[in-house]
Design a protein around this ligand. Sequence first.
Ligand code: PMP
Length: 435
Amino acid sequence: MTRILHRTIGSRLPEAVAGQGIYITDSDGKSYIDGSGGAAVSCLGHGHVEVLDAMRAQMDRIAYAHTSFFTTDVAESLAERLAALAPEGLDHVYLVSGGSEAVEAALKMARQYFVEIGQPQRRHIIARRQSYHGNTIGALATGGNAWRRAQFQPILPKTHHVSPCYAYRDQQADETPEAYAARLADELEAKILELGPDEVIAFVAEPVVGATLGAVGPVADYFARIRRICDKYGVLLILDEVMCGMGRTGTLFACEQDGIVPDLVTIAKGLGGGYQPIGAVLLSDRIYRAFAEGSGLFQHGHTYIGHPIAAAAANKVVEILAQPGMMEDVRDRGERLQAGLDAALGQSPHVGDIRGRGLFRGIEIVADKETKAPFDPSRRVHSRIKREAMARGLLCYPMGGTIDGVHGDHVLLAPPYIIRPEEIDLLVERLAAAI
Ligand code: PMP
């Protein structure tokens, strides 16, 4: 019998047959709160009538036109909308079909930028340890996860990694947030100097780390210092907002809260809201002009970039996200979620930290709260929490394992922004019971 190759080979997964609002129903009729929006994807929930209508309308017009022959009004208007809403200076948009593709495109754009401006010697990418930037070859090489990379290492390009900003584990007891941020910026500067300051292309980081650490945001001043170091050496700053972007943290772009503008930013997941696979790279005018005034060709491209139905869905999603009050709702509901988690789990001997921004919250599970020692990896605590939560009708995104030598178990919450206050309370109740 032919079977789908599931991620975990041979796993028996329930069959999703319906989705409405924050709920997914399986073929046994069991209903689950989509507490993680899949993997921080379903920002508007399931079955959103306006998004479905926008897709249907586009399907009735034209479903596909290759971008070497045509552009479409939906793709153009999506790009215009994104650029208008993005931090000042990110004026141009390159459409792709997902997160890894967005990261790949950003890396190639950064490299080609230096070729265009006559600095072809720049060849190094620096990212952070314990990070995830996607599963394609370039994105995998960029991610700082030795376990994920291990068996593919011989075919991966060389990349370089520095420490993530992970205050819960790395900030010293006698260290102020400012001193911690300065230490990390010094580490990046030392890495740039070690590689050769005019040989580095870009530094890549997630503003709020999702999949690998569980909603870990930076300490104040971290990104301002990082921005200054990048500027000092002409290194491009690429922010990966594939997971934390599109309003997830309470502002459309997470980096708005850090008061900096990157040279390139990647988005995906919430951009299509789960209705269509789509991603994008937003780029600065400086980079755009280097291409326009240089070769006039970005040497890249995929068959489905700017797909009309995907663009129509994303256009509607972004239009809804930009409506007045939407981001305030995400922030308010995020506060309620944090307060609920604090009340229900704050005293648990195995909950080390509860953190995040907006409707992007992470819980770090520890064996010992005092020492922050994790559970033995063989106990696979994060997987057991996922299983227990599913049994109770809740989907949460578990992460764990040993990443770059550091072991941890986390649970990530990223519910749709339409979640109602009483549903937040129910989510917390189910999660607490599962933990
Ligand atoms: N970057 C980040 C920060 C991500 O969280 C992810 C997906 N978890 C990706 C890139 C890759 O996105 P995709 O799975 O859509 O290729």
